[in-house]
Design a binder for this molecule. Structure first.
Ligand code: ARG
Length: 374
């Protein structure tokens, strides 16, 4: 497509004998399109041409000549306001689209650059929440756009495949598996078990202990429990895949929370080395500069949490991908979490990488009663 800014700079350069790149860098896009599509501040040339800016503007206007793409030029104060011919432009764009077809707009802007996109990330054995669908759709679109612009894109599905959620399902499965049919639509039975377990726990908080036991077994590598856990992940992924196929989105890695189980020690070690861990109400936290709550790294029970895992994931992604950008497609309710994680990463000595991280938030979806549900 015709680059109007460049064309304009070329014309100005022919008239003034000033370097074309220098002139191009002076061209602005007016805040109000009624003032033109481009504007050129002539005071930039006043010294060199030894003339007052309004005089320069008028002279350029008179001598600019006609071009098919140029609709009109106005000299206002010391500015030249340039209007592009929209009919010409529309025809030009359409011709380009017809010529390049699905490659219209493709570029090599991102050549040699790597971008990690963390998206979808549903929680295994829990229903695929509408928020996850939103993350999937936006992340999937960004994935394709960045690829189109020449970036190397790494799509990561940071699965919620560890923790109490999946352990409730494990405990419930062991108790009630004979009451359900897993032959046709196993994910539905898995979800039913999860919901049933939660309902009982709601009325009897003590019931949680069975899920805690399962977590312990998983942590200790108990064979039967690990096998069952893997099976639940497998059937959950098979179900999600239907949605991914429908949308046409793709992941290069399914490294979820569990993947970082053996990578948490490094986070604690590096934080300790930098003297960043502070004791607070029994927990170990990193204090933040801004007026926001500290980032909890170890709970008072000594266990790692979501933020610890995200830090482990970041260290891993830095080592593995040396990314130029790392985007997180997660609902706005986690904005604080990402602020804390990025600031902690920066304090750990990875300032450059912390600057390359970005949380791309989206709003919550309200149910009929006005509340979001998870
Ligand atoms: N599984 C999480 C949730 O449903 C989202 C994970 C997003 N990615 C991340 N690296 N924290 O809330």
């Amino acid at each position: 497509m015709l680059n109007y800014k460049q064309e304009l700079a070329k014309k100005l350069s022919n008239m003034t004998n000033i370097d074309v790149n220098e002139l191009e860098s002076y061209i602005e896009i007016p805040p109000n399109s009624e003032l033109g599509d481009y504007s050129f501040p002539c005071f930039r040339l006043a010294k060199e041409l030894k003339k007052a800016p309004p005089v320069i503007a008028n002279e350029i206007k008179e001598n600019l000549g006609k071009e098919e793409w140029l609709e009109k030029v106005e000299a206002v104060g010391g500015y030249l306001n340039i209007f592009v011919n929209k009919n010409y432009m529309a025809q030009n764009v359409l011709e380009e689209i017809i010529k390049n077809k699905e490659n219209y707009g493709r570029s090599n802007l991102g050549e040699g650059k790597k971008i990690v996109i963390d998206y979808s990330a549903p929680n295994i054995a829990k229903p695929f929440h509408i928020g996850h669908l939103r993350s999937t759709v936006i992340g999937g679109a960004l994935y394709k756009m960045y690829q189109f612009l020449g970036y190397e894109v790494i799509g990561i599905n940071h699965l919620g495949d560890w923790g109490m959620g999946i352990c409730r399902t494990l405990a419930g499965y062991k108790m009630w598996k004979d009451e359900y049919d897993f032959s046709k639509n196993p994910i539905q039975s898995i979800l039913a078990i999860y919901v049933r377990y939660n309902q009982i726990e709601k009325n009897d908080p003590d019931f949680k202990k069975y899920a805690v036991e399962e977590l312990k077994k998983l942590e200790d590598g108990d064979e039967e429990t690990t096998k069952l856990w893997k099976w639940i992940i497998k059937i959950s992924l098979e179900d999600y895949q239907k949605i991914y196929d429908l949308i046409g989105c793709k992941f290069d890695s399914y490294n979820g929370e569990a993947f970082y189980n053996d990578k948490m020690d490094r986070v604690i070690k590096e934080l300790e080395e930098k003297n960043l861990l502070v004791e607070s109400e029994g927990a170990k936290v990193v204090m933040m500069d801004e007026d926001i709550p500290p980032c909890i790294i170890l709970t008072s029970a000594g266990t790692t949490i979501y933020a610890t895992r995200d830090l482990a994931a970041l260290l891993y992604r830095i080592d593995t991908y040396h990314f130029d950008k790392c985007l997180y497609l997660v609902a706005s309710e986690q904005s604080l979490h990402f602020k804390q994680v990025f600031e902690t990463l920066s304090k750990m000595g990875y300032e450059e990488y912390a600057k390359r991280c970005e949380h791309i938030p989206f709003g919550l979806i309200l149910e009929k009663d006005g509340f979001t549900k998870r």
